[in-house]
Design a protein around this ligand. Sequence first.
Ligand SMILES: *Cc1c(COP(=O)(O)O)cnc(C)c1O
Length: 400
Amino acid sequence: MNMEQYIDRAEQDLLHVYNRYKIVLDRGEGMYLYDIQGKRYLDFGAGIAVFALGYHNKEYNDALKAQIDKLIHTSNYYYNVPAIQAAGKLKRVSGMDRVFFTNSGAEANEGAIKAARKYAYRRDSSADHEIIAMNHSFHGRTMGALAVTGNAHYREAFEPLIGNIRFAQFNDFQSVLDQVTDKTCAIMLEPVQGEGGMRPAEGEFLKQIRALCDERDILLIFDEVQCGMGRCGHMYAWQGYGVKPDILTTAKALGCGVPIGAFLMTERTAQRSLEPGDHGTTYGGNPLACAAAEKVLDLFEKNHIIENVRETGAYLEQQLEGLRERHACVRERRGMGLMQGLEFTCPVGGIINAALERGLILINAGTHVLRFVPPLIVTKENIDDMIIILEACIRCAAED
Ligand SMILES: *Cc1c(COP(=O)(O)O)cnc(C)c1O
């Protein structure tokens, strides 16, 4: 079948919940993806901030193959070595104390919400607790994660979701204070908002929230599903801010393509929260997924991924600022490290399609924001190549 025939088949068989770009991807190599016709694309999307190590990394692939030949799944009735190793490494790099492995980011957030509610339940011997989340946040598509997602359009048709969620304005501490009640059990936010438009928190905002949480015995939950795993120049963004959450969620790059996420907590939180029987998963923490996460964490260190993010992130920022200065249709650059966004005065769909045409994969974050989340092995040369293509696309798509 050719590409058009595959796409026709997909549109007949798959549930239509995505408006996909019209390419069928086949394989990858480093920073590049190839479609089934052999056309090459420079990838600045990384499967939505997932494939941090680049495609076809031999050590990673070999580790997965070895684990497949040993044991793929056990269930959580038993221990397995990759989960033990991955948990130890994840604890060390995240600064947290306890790990629960999940299969996705949304599922990690579901667990975080349950943990927060259980914490307050054990403290107060009553239920009905409230969570404060942020406008323009994104925490996933399942009912609990959706309930704390600050985008009414995503939530509307599916209500009632879980109750007792209040929304505050990101980077506006007073608006958070205004939502606090005796029933507040947690404040949940992304240190750098992703889907909501690539918006970093202000350090002072996070510090004020941390102090509020300490004062009122409220748990602070950071969703680092997108901004964690090195993307913002620290293994986890909280480390750059110096504001530590009680519960941390992670996923996307953790398995570099093998579905795995986790929620983690401090020992103090763990001692007062979920107990045996409160939570579980069949697949979560299985040996295959954990072998992937373990190898990813090893390779981050071995390949100096964080150092590369700092260097190339600064360069990307500088190049994007240049674009902003040269083009009136670019309103603002926002972001941190290799998690950058350009907000345009017009929708960016045309630019993304024009870029694809020229062999560059870009993604959006909302209708007006181009999102730059390349594999974390990106080089300055890759960034130069991207900028040249993007600038040509801006000229023809936005300024015609
Ligand atoms: C992608 C994302 C999620 C959801 O992760 P899934 O693996 O798609 O369920 C949650 N939070 C943030 C910040 C994300 O970027």
